[in-house]
Write a protein that binds this ligand. Structure first.
Ligand code: ADP
Ligand code: TZD
Ligand code: MG
Length: 581
C-alpha cells in the first residue's frame, strides 16, 4: 500500500497537489472510509469519481466495478444486510446518481444499511440552472427517498460526513444514506498533516437501545397467558445476528415459529417447532403473536384479512413509529433485538406458560400432512419442465449444500422457490423483499459472494434476470463463485400471453422462450449449461456449485408454466377484493 496519493491513468489536467505534503479531498474521502472500517466499495466510475476509486483501491479498499449503478447498489445493500456495516456504493453525477438511488431507496425500505456516495457537479451553475455538465440538485432529489442525506462542500468536513453517514446507516432502524460530494470538494487540496488530524473513530455507532422493563413485563405476561402463541420472525431478526438467542427463546418456550421469507433458516425450516407450513392456522387461530423484527405490512395482510380478530400482538422492533401502524399492538417492546430478546428471556425464567400442548401437536401433524403433499408436487419429472419439476432438482442440490446463499427473484420463480427449498442457516436467503422489486438478482448475488466469501446460487425468473443480466459479466470479471439459474418460461409470469389486437406484436407479458441465455454466459467465459430435464438440471447445478466458479444455467421451462402474478394475483386491480392490503 502506498503512503502517498498515487497518480492514476485518470489523473485530471490541473495543478496537482505536492505529494506527500499535500492531499486532495479524494484522498481524504478514501482515508476516512478506510478509517471507519470500510473495506469494499461497489460502483461505476466516470467524472468526477474515477480518480477517487483508484485512490481507494490503492489504499486497500476493494473496488467492485459494475455495468449498472443499480446493481452496484443492490450489492452494497446486500453487503450491509449480511455484515451489519454499511455497504458503500459509488456513483457519478446525475444519471449515475439516479440509477444508484433506486437501490439506496430500496435498501431504506428493507432496513439494510448502506451509503451511496456520489460525486456531484459544481454547485453554482446547478443552483442557477445554467446547464452545467451532468447538473442535478442531487441532495434534494435524494432527501425523502433515503434515511438521511448530507452534502460535503469542504475537504475538512469529509471525515465528519463519513462518520455521520455511517452512524445514520447502522443506528436505530438501518437504512440507506446519501452522501453528496461536490467536484470542487473532491479536488480541493489540503496539507497532509492538517488532514491527518481530522480522522476519528466514531464511538459506538449502533448503540444498544434497551427496552423499558415495564414493556418487557407487559409482553411476557401476555405471552405467558397465551393458549395458542406464535413467534413470527422477520428479516430484522436475521439482520440482528442473535441466532443463538432466538433459538433459545423458541426452544425454551416451545412456542411454534413462522419465518418470513428472508428469515427462513434463522431456525431450520424442518425444526419440530416450525410452523412454516401452517401459515393460515397461525393467522386464524393464534391468540398471541410475537413479531420479532417483522413488520405487519402487506406481506402479512397488514394484520387484517385472515388474522384472528381477537388475537393480540407483541411487537419487538427498534423503531417506535412502527408500532400500531396497521393494527393495535397490545405489547410493544421498543429496543434493539439483542437487548429485547435478552430481557424477554430473563423475564420468562420461572414463568409458567399457559400454552395448550394440543396447539403445538396440532401444528406438527398439520405440517406433516402438508409437507408430504407438497413433496408430491415436486416429484414428477415433467418434461418440458414446470417450475415445480425444475425445483425438485434445485431443492435436492441446495439442501445438500446448505451453506450456499440463495438469491431469488421473479413471480412464480420467487414464490415456488421460497416454498420448495428449505433453508437451514441464518441469512442464506436474499430476495426481492419488501418492495417485491425485480432487478436485485446479479447485484445481490455479487454482494453476497463478496461480503461472505461463500458460494451463491441465484434462481431467477427470465423476466427478473433481464433487469440485471448484464452484470453477470461482473460475476465473471471478479471470478465469483456464483451460479445463476434462469427459469425460462418465456415471459412475465409465463410465455402464453395473447395480444388481444392480434396485430402480430407479442403480448405485454411475452418474452423470449427460445432465447439461449447460456450463450450470454459464454460471452464472458462462464461455464454454461442448457438443460431441458430435471435430471440434467440436477447434474448441472451439482457440478456448478462444486466448481465454485461463475456458471450460468439456462433452465428451459414450458411456456405455460406459471400463473399471473405468482401467489399475489389477488393484488391486481380486477381482483382486488380486500382493499385493506
Ligand atoms: P420481513 O419482511 O421479514 O417481515 P421487515 O423488513 O418487514 O421484515 O421488518 C424488519 C423490522 O426489523 C423493521 O421494522 C426494523 O425496524 C426491525 N429491525 C431491524 N433491525 C433491528 C434491530 N437490530 N433491532 C430491532 N429491530 C430491528
Ligand atoms: N418492475 C419492477 C422493478 N419490479 C416489478 N416487481 C415489476 C416490474 C413487475 N413484476 C413482478 O412483480 S414479477 C415480474 C415483474 C415484471 C417478473 C415475473 O416474471 P419472471 O418469473 O419471468 O421473472 P415467472 O417465473 O415467469 O413468474
Ligand atoms: Mg418468466
Amino acid at each position: 500500500m502506498s503512503t502517498t496519493q498515487p497518480a492514476s491513468p485518470a489523473t485530471p489536467q490541473k495543478p496537482a497537489p505536492h505529494f506527500p505534503e499535500q492531499v486532495t479531498g479524494m484522498y481524504i474521502l478514501a482515508k476516512a472510509l478506510k478509517n471507519v472500517g470500510i473495506d469494499t466499495m461497489y460502483g461505476l466510475v466516470g467524472i468526477p469519481v474515477t480518480e477517487f476509486a483508484y485512490i481507494a483501491q490503492d489504499l486497500g479498499i476493494r473496488f467492485i466495478g459494475f455495468r449498472h449503478e443499480q446493481q452496484a447498489g443492490m450489492a452494497a445493500a446486500t453487503h450491509g444486510y449480511l455484515t451489519k456495516t454499511p455497504g458503500v456504493l459509488l456513483t457519478v453525477s446525475s444519471l449515475g446518481f439516479m440509477n444508484g438511488l433506486t437501490a439506496t431507496t430500496n435498501a431504506t425500505v428493507n432496513c439494510y444499511p448502506m451509503i451511496q456516495i456520489s460525486g456531484s457537479s459544481v454547485r453554482e451553475p446547478i443552483d442557477l440552472d445554467q446547464g452545467t455538465y451532468e447538473g442535478l440538485d442531487q441532495l434534494n432529489v435524494a432527501k425523502g427517498l433515503v434515511k438521511a442525506a448530507y452534502r460535503v462542500n469542504k475537504p475538512e468536513d469529509i471525515p465528519t460526513a463519513v462518520a455521520r453517514a455511517y452512524r445514520a446507516a447502522v443506528s436505530g432502524r438501518p437504512g440507506g444514506v446519501y452522501l453528496d460530494i461536490t467536484t470542487p470538494c473532491l479536488g480541493a487540496i489540503m496539507d497532509h498533516a492538517d488532514a491527518d488530524k481530522l480522522f476519528f473513530q466514531p464511538v459506538d455507532p449502533a448503540p444498544a437501545q434497551i427496552p423499558s422493563p415495564q414493556a418487557v413485563e407487559r409482553a411476557v405476561s401476555l405471552l405467558a397467558s397465551a393458549k395458542r402463541p406464535a413467534i413470527l420472525l422477520g428479516k430484522g431478526a436475521a439482520y440482528a445476528q442473535i441466532d443463538d438467542k432466538i433459538k433459545h427463546l423458541i426452544e425454551s418456550t416451545g412456542i411454534p415459529f413462522y419465518p418470513m421469507s428472508m428469515a427462513k433458516g434463522l431456525m431450520p425450516d424442518n425444526h419440530p417447532l416450525s410452523a412454516i407450513s401452517a401459515r393460515s392456522t397461525i393467522m386464524e387461530q393464534a391468540d398471541v403473536v410475537m413479531l420479532v423484527g417483522a413488520r405487519l405490512n402487506w406481506l402479512l395482510s397488514r394484520g387484517h384479512g385472515k388474522w384472528n380478530p381477537d388475537g393480540k400482538f407483541i411487537q419487538l422492533d427498534i423503531d417506535p413509529e412502527e408500532i400500531d401502524c396497521n393494527r393495535p399492538i397490545a405489547a410493544p417492546v421498543v429496543g434493539d433485538l439483542e437487548s429485547s430478546v435478552d430481557a424477554i428471556i430473563a423475564a420468562l425464567a420461572g414463568k409458567k406458560l399457559a400454552m395448550d400442548p394440543a396447539w403445538v401437536s396440532g401444528i406438527q401433524s398439520e405440517s406433516k400432512v402438508k409437507n408430504a403433499k407438497f413433496l408430491e408436487r415436486l416429484e414428477p419429472q415433467t418434461v418440458p419442465m414446470t417450475h415445480w419439476s425444475a425445483l425438485g432438482s434445485v431443492k435436492k442440490v441446495l439442501e445438500a449444500n446448505p451453506d450456499v446463499i440463495l438469491v431469488n427473484e421473479g413471480a412464480n420463480t420467487l414464490d415456488d422457490t421460497r416454498d420448495s427449498v428449505d433453508m437451514f442457516l441464518p441469512r442464506h436467503r436474499i430476495d426481492c423483499a419488501t418492495w417485491a422489486i425485480m432487478g436485485m438478482g446479479m447485484g445481490s448475488a455479487i454482494g453476497a459472494a463478496v461480503a461472505s466469501g461463500k458460494s451463491v446460487v441465484a434462481v431467477e425468473g427470465d423476466s427478473a434476470f433481464g433487469f440485471s443480466g448484464m452484470d453477470f459479466s461482473t460475476i465473471c470479471r471478479y471470478k465469483l463463485p456464483v451460479t445463476v439459474c434462469i427459469f425460462n418460461n418465456g415471459g412475465i409470469y409465463n410465455g402464453i400471453g395473447v395480444n388481444l389486437s392480434h396485430d402480430g406484436d407479442p403480448a405485454p407479458t411475452t418474452l423470449d422462450v427460445k432465447a439461449r441465455y447460456d450463450k450470454l454466459g459464454d460471452a464472458f467465459g462462464a461455464t454454461t449449461y442448457y438443460v431441458t430435464t430435471p435430471a440434467e438440471l440436477f447434474t448441472a447445478l451439482t457440478e456448478a456449485v462444486a466448481s465454485k466458479k461463475p456458471c450460468l444455467i439456462d433452465v428451459q421451462l414450458a411456456a405455460d408454466s406459471g400463473k399471473e402474478s405468482g401467489h399475489i394475483g389477488y393484488l391486481n386491480p380486477a381482483s382486488l377484493i380486500d382493499v385493506t392490503v
